[in-house]
Design a protein around this ligand. Sequence first.
Ligand SMILES: NC(=O)c1ccc[n+]([C@@H]2O[C@H](COP(=O)([O-])OP(=O)(O)OC[C@H]3O[C@@H](n4cnc5c(N)ncnc54)[C@H](O)[C@@H]3O)[C@@H](O)[C@H]2O)c1
Length: 331
Amino acid sequence: MIKCALISGRGMGLRHGRNFANHPDAELVAVCDMDPTLLDKAKEEFGVPGYASLDDLLANCDAELMLLITNETRRIDPLRQLIAAGRHVFTEKPLCGMEGQYRVREEDAPIAWPAIKEWRDSGLKFGIDYNYRFFTHFRKLHDDAVDGRLGEIRMVRARAHFNCWSHVIDQILWTMGLPEWVRCIGDPSEDGGWQRMIQMRWASGVAGALDGSMGWGFDDHPLRIMICGTESYAEARGLDGWYRRGKANAWKQEDEELWEGESEGEWGQYEASFPRMADGVIQAMREDKPFPADGEAAWNELLFEAAVHRSAMRDGERVCLADIEADAAKG
Ligand SMILES: NC(=O)c1ccc[n+]([C@@H]2O[C@H](COP(=O)([O-])OP(=O)(O)OC[C@H]3O[C@@H](n4cnc5c(N)ncnc54)[C@H](O)[C@@H]3O)[C@@H](O)[C@H]2O)c1
């Protein structure tokens, strides 16, 4: 049995806590929250000891896997503390955003960098909850692109509502790897999720575009990702789930594959994707493999977001992701 401890007595924390507690190969052995009311409720729900601080948790609990479900404004210090204490960590996305998840900035990369460096040196497992990887239609898009069913990939085109922002970036990077550079039109001084029109290019010459806005809602798919190859192109849409692969440059619609998650409702496999991720994490622990989305994926999203922010601040200048990483490492 993999012993887990949950840090957070709030909604998202409880959701993860339940999924790990219910997993046949895992047990939840402790909870931790600095808020005494939430801590009491979590202790009662899981029937385990509770601690008001990470220091107390680490001193009294030998759980090997820590579920650190705090938010992006307060993730890095506890993550570093847990890694220094030799514990494996699963956390939420994005890795760091001191102004919140809709406003990840260039300044967030150097804040997160020491945690990534320490994790890489530690040999521990660290992973992040890009749970959209466990939706059938997103998995189909990934597999078709990576397994060559689209031919040679030429173009990526995506858009998302900011509620899905970390995930749409992860989807692109999961399949395509990090682009060489990005450029972005947008005004980061706009409140909240400032609208972004992003272009990117990979070293292979593949071109990509990603737009982010609060302007469209969940009524017309909160995210869409299309990948075009020399043989076929494919698109995955929404949380309710829709996937189509068709012949490239066809004049008449010819579905090579059409998948609709019609029986699963408006939120599709959203609920199911969390226990699937928990299962992936526990399997990785048992088999001594990296987590389904590991610290490199977390860091790549942050590098991408930091580069987008720098470009928007510089009126659409082209920004190389390698420069962002080098500057983050300088501190
Ligand atoms: N994967 C998804 O689809 C999805 C969906 C919604 C939200 N999220 C993510 O989930 C996260 C939710 O975070 P939140 O807003 O609930 O977190 P939060 O920062 O409010 O923390 C949750 C709880 O942890 C406690 N806490 C925080 N730091 C602590 C510390 N150092 N020691 C002890 N207790 C501590 C707080 O008191 C709080 O009760 C966000 O990052 C969000 O982006 C992901």
